[in-house]
Design a protein around this ligand. Sequence first.
Ligand SMILES: Nc1nc2c(c(=O)[nH]1)N[C@H]1C(S)=C(S)[C@@H](COP(=O)(O)O)O[C@H]1N2
Ligand SMILES: [Mo]
Length: 263
Amino acid sequence: MSPHKHPPSLFRPQALPNRSVLTENKKLIDTVSRRNVLRGTLSLGALTLLSGCDVTEEAPVQSFLRTVSAWNDRVQGVLFRPDHLAPTFSPAQVVKPPRFNAYYPIEEVKPVDGATWQLELAGRIANKQPWTAQQIYQLPEQELIIRHICVEGWDYIGQWSGPNLKNFLQRIGADLAAKYVYFHCNDDFTESIDMAAALHPQTILATKYAGDIITDPFGFPLRLRTSTKLGYKNAKWIRAIEVSNTFTETFWSKQGENWFAGI
Ligand SMILES: Nc1nc2c(c(=O)[nH]1)N[C@H]1C(S)=C(S)[C@@H](COP(=O)(O)O)O[C@H]1N2
Ligand SMILES: [Mo]
């Protein structure tokens, strides 16, 4: 299994397009970075989510950084407002099929058997009865057309639908005052999110992409789709959801990535 390329963290210079421009703008970058360090939570991806600007379109670095800086100030106010909505897009902007990523290449994806698969529930949940895919398909669906941002430096607009996570957590009697929601996956990947992100109105358990059942590489039969977290938080091929007050390092946080990874 080849290790996933280590994703660039915020303002590591190689994460941005032009080093000489970066050197010229060092003071501005420092200002931006220092604030980020102080907050401890902001990432380029998170700012991109908020601003809706396209990191893959190489706007001049200086104006980009000014935008980031300005957003940084506005972000202070919205940071912990759980109802702040991430930008959404139109169906015409949706990339089909989605762009694949995992910590191993697409050829190594081991498809999940939807007929025998069950979603297990663990931790601070009153009703731990497992769910079949068919049962999950009966639940009301929410659709999100949102930007997926991978810290490796690429992004795409995707159209996801499935049950709203907050509604699902309420349905199973999860302790909504608990701190974390963990997603254990069929490929040995575990990620977790803070409860505020789990209860965010734009967080869903996705079963469909662009109106069709998600295909194997993209997390069939069930994956997480947050609108306010970086790509790696969006666990694919979920086999169990666990609600807990205990913090355990996750796949990417063990590799030194920011655990919060969002806004
Ligand atoms: N189970 C599992 N989920 C995962 C990963 C993984 O390796 N295993 N990779 C993450 C990363 S780094 C990204 S960018 C997104 C990619 O999702 P996509 O293939 O639908 O674009 O899945 C995330 N979820
Ligand atoms: Mo990613």
